[in-house]
Ligand binder design. Structure first.
Ligand code: NI
Length: 201
């Protein structure tokens, strides 16, 4: 298994707030260690592109490929979704058992409509989720996701989001299976997903 992104975050000069968030994420496994070996993921409440409220229960019974990013991301997010789309093609009928989820770390700009339009441009099977800043912070913390706005100009909308780039494969019960770097080729993603599905049978 690869390193959880939180560890690469630790290597940087990080602001105090992030350090506290990191400490919270790292302390979580101790609390939940009794019933699960890897503590990534958990309950969430978010909004789908049609405005409906969704939770982790909405997707029970499906494998999940979860990615955090934002729609105006210039590089890592489009790359990730091109590869996820390629993986879905490669998976063929097995793709029916997989639900790719895109959770925004930029809820201010990424409304449900913006999320829907974005994911549709890659593959109709990808679902984009947004929420209140508090809902996004909660789910990001559960997945150990780092994100932080960085100014790119003088205007209020002139910012990009620095964020960790990681794909989380979750099983049909919502348990973390493994992580993948977001630039993993689609063919490899499909191979990993298929392998995990076969093992779970
Ligand atoms: Ni990005």
């Amino acid at each position: 298994m690869r390193r959880h992104p939180i560890f690469s975050v630790l290597g940087r000069a990080i602001p105090f707030g992030i350090a506290v968030a990191t400490a919270l994420v790292l302390s979580q496994p101790l609390v939940r260690a009794a019933n699960s070996p890897v503590m990534i993921g958990g309950p969430f409440t978010l909004t789908s592109p049609d405005g409906a409220t969704v939770t982790e229960q909405t997707y029970r019974g499906k494998w999940l490929l979860v990615y955090f990013g934002f729609t105006s991301c210039p590089d890592s997010c489009p790359t990730a979704f091109l590869e996820i789309s390629a993986a879905l093609e490669k998976l063929g009928p097995d793709a029916d058992k997989l639900q790719p989820l895109f959770i925004t770390v930029d809820p201010q700009r990424d409304t449900p409509t913006v999320m829907g339009n974005y994911t549709q441009s890659f593959d109709l099977r990808i679902v984009g989720l947004t929420g209140t800043p508090q809902q996004i912070a909660a789910v990001a913390q559960e997945y150990g996701v780092y994100y932080e706005p960085r100014k790119s100009g003088p205007g209020a909308e002139d910012y990009v989001m620095d964020h960790s780039t990681y794909l989380y494969l979750m099983d049909t019960e919502g348990e973390f299976v493994r992580g993948l770097d977001a630039d993993t080729p689609g063919e490899r993603i499909a191979e990993v997903v298929r392998g995990a599905m076969a093992k779970a049978r």
